[in-house]
Design a protein around this ligand. Sequence first.
Ligand SMILES: [Fe+2]
Length: 129
Amino acid sequence: MTWKESFAIGIPEIDNQHKELFERIDNLYAACAQGKGTSEVLETLNFLENYTIKHFADEEKLQLRIQYPKYQQHRGYHTGFINQVASLKKEMLDSGVTILMVIHINNIVSKWLINHIMTVDKELKNYTK
Ligand SMILES: [Fe+2]
């Protein structure tokens, strides 16, 4: 999954973290495609999970700082996604690490992220000066 300039929301602090997230997602795929062991794929997935949590926390702090009126709703989307990643991780632990499972996770995570950035995060720009 490649970062595109059209994904930029115009707030560098957030855009840089989004770029990093795209790289983490690629790393997960690469770890599996290179035939890395279960523990290494899981480690990459844990990293992605933690980075997502950190990124959302930073983004929510920024929203509070600019008194973003849709903070609660936006936070709800983030919480929903964190729960979804946790359940995908559980699914993978149950089924074992397979390339299909990693493709499945990558698909869900990247689709969610692109959609969230393009629709919900882009709105943030209107509230920053
Ligand atoms: Fe967001």
